[in-house]
Design a protein around this ligand. Structure first.
Ligand SMILES: Nc1nc2c(ncn2[C@@H]2O[C@H](COP(=O)(O)OP(=O)(O)OP(=O)(O)O)[C@@H](O)[C@H]2O)c(=O)[nH]1
Ligand SMILES: [Mg+2]
Ligand SMILES: [Zn+2]
Length: 300
C-alpha cells in the first residue's frame, strides 16, 4: 500500500496534474520548481493543500518512461507502463514507419508491445492492412484483430490481456483508441467528451493523456492523443538494436564487434538483408533511426 501522501498522476493538464491518492480521492497538484514534470502513470509524493489541491514534492523512482524526441522538443507519453497497445486500423491507412518507431520505443525501455488492428468491420481494406502488418507479425508481436464498437469482441479478445497491468493506448489520430476505451470503461464516456475537442464532422479528438481503471478483470488503461511523429533521437545504438530483435542472430556473424550494420565489410545484417532474410522496410527504418540519432549527436 502506498503512504497517505503518495499518489499516482492520472492526468496531465499542462501546468497542473490530477493526482489520485490511495483512498481514491483526486487532488489538483502543481509541481514545485521548474524541472521536467512528471508523466501520467508516475507515482508522486505530495503535500496536500486546502480541500482538494496539493504540491508535488517528488516523483518516485519509475520503472520506465516512454517518450519521443526530435530536434524541436521531447514529449513524455507515460511512465510505469507494462504493456503498449499500438492501435492501427483498416482505415485511415496507418504509417508503418510510426508503427516501427513505437515498437522500438517500447522495446528500448522494456515495455511489451501488442498491436490492435481495429475496424475489421470495414472488410474492404482488411486484407491490405493484414499484409502491411505481416513484417511486424513475423517478429512475434501479437496482433489482435477486432472492432472497437463490438463490445463482446473487445471483452473476449482484449480485456483478459489487460488485467493486472498498466496499459497505454498509442496510435495515430482516428485509429479508434478512445472508442476502445469507451467500450472497455463505460464510465469514461463523459470524461472523454470533457477532455476532447469536437471538430467539424462531429469528430472527437483526444487532447490530453489520462489513466482509467478498468472494470473486472481489471487493470489500468491510459488513453493518449494521436501522434504524428515519433522521434527517437535520444536512443543509443544499443537501444535501437533492441528495437530490431530480428537482427540479433545475424549480428553474431558481423566481422567487427563495433559494426553499425550499414557499410562495414563482412556485416551479417547486410548479408541477411541481401539474402532476403531481413525485411527491407524494417532495415530502412533502422537506417533512418540511426541517422537521426547521429545527426542529433553532431548538434550537441
Ligand atoms: N467502422 C468502425 N469505426 C470505428 C471503429 N472504432 C472507432 N471507429 C471510428 O473511428 C473514428 C475515430 O475514433 P476515435 O476513437 O476518436 O480515434 P482516436 O484514436 O481516439 O483518435 P484521436 O483521439 O484523435 O487520437 C470515430 O469516428 C469512431 O467512431 C470500429 O471498430 N469500426
Ligand atoms: Mg482519442
Ligand atoms: Zn553488422
Amino acid at each position: 500500500m502506498s503512504a497517505p501522501n503518495e499518489g499516482r498522476i492520472i492526468a496531465a493538464h499542462g501546468r497542473h496534474y490530477s493526482v489520485e491518492l490511495a483512498d481514491g480521492s483526486l487532488r489538483k497538484c502543481f509541481p514545485r520548481g521548474k524541472k521536467t514534470g512528471p508523466a501520467v502513470g508516475d507515482w508522486v509524493r505530495i503535500t496536500p493543500q486546502g480541500a482538494d489541491e496539493g504540491a508535488i514534492d517528488a516523483v518516485l523512482p519509475r520503472r520506465n518512461l516512454l517518450f519521443r524526441s526530435d530536434e524541436m522538443r521531447s514529449k513524455q507519453f507515460a511512465a510505469n507502463v507494462d504493456q503498449l497497445l499500438i492501435v492501427v486500423a483498416v482505415e485511415p491507412t496507418f504509417s508503418e514507419d510510426l508503427l516501427g518507431r513505437a515498437l522500438t520505443g517500447a522495446w528500448s525501455v522494456g515495455i511489451e508491445p501488442i498491436i490492435i488492428l481495429n475496424k475489421i468491420d470495414i472488410t474492404a481494406g482488411l486484407e491490405a492492412a493484414r499484409e502491411r502488418l505481416a513484417p511486424t507479425r513475423a517478429l512475434g508481436v501479437p496482433v489482435i484483430e477486432l472492432s472497437a464498437q463490438d463490445a463482446q469482441a473487445v471483452q473476449r479478445e482484449l480485456a483478459p490481456r489487460l488485467a493486472g497491468r498498466v496499459n497505454l493506448l498509442l496510435g495515430q489520430s482516428g485509429m479508434g483508441k478512445s472508442t476502445l476505451l469507451n467500450t472497455l470503461v463505460p464510465d469514461a464516456q463523459a470524461a472523454t467528451r470533457e477532455h476532447s475537442t469536437a471538430l467539424d464532422m462531429g469528430r472527437h479528438t483526444t487532447t490530453s493523456t489520462r489513466l482509467y481503471h478498468l472494470p473486472a478483470p481489471g487493470g489500468d488503461l491510459i488513453d493518449s492523443p494521436g501522434f504524428q511523429a515519433f522521434g527517437l533521437q535520444h536512443l543509443s545504438g544499443e537501444d535501437i538494436l533492441r528495437g530490431f530483435p530480428e537482427f540479433k542472430r545475424y549480428i553474431e556473424q558481423c566481422r567487427f564487434y563495433n559494426c553499425t550494420h550499414r557499410h562495414e565489410p563482412g556485416c551479417g545484417v547486410v548479408g541477411a538483408l541481401k539474402a532476403g532474410q531481413i525485411d527491407p522496410g524494417r532495415y530502412a527504418l533502422y537506417e533512418r533511426i540511426l541517422a537521426e540519432t547521429e545527426a542529433a549527436r553532431q548538434r550537441y
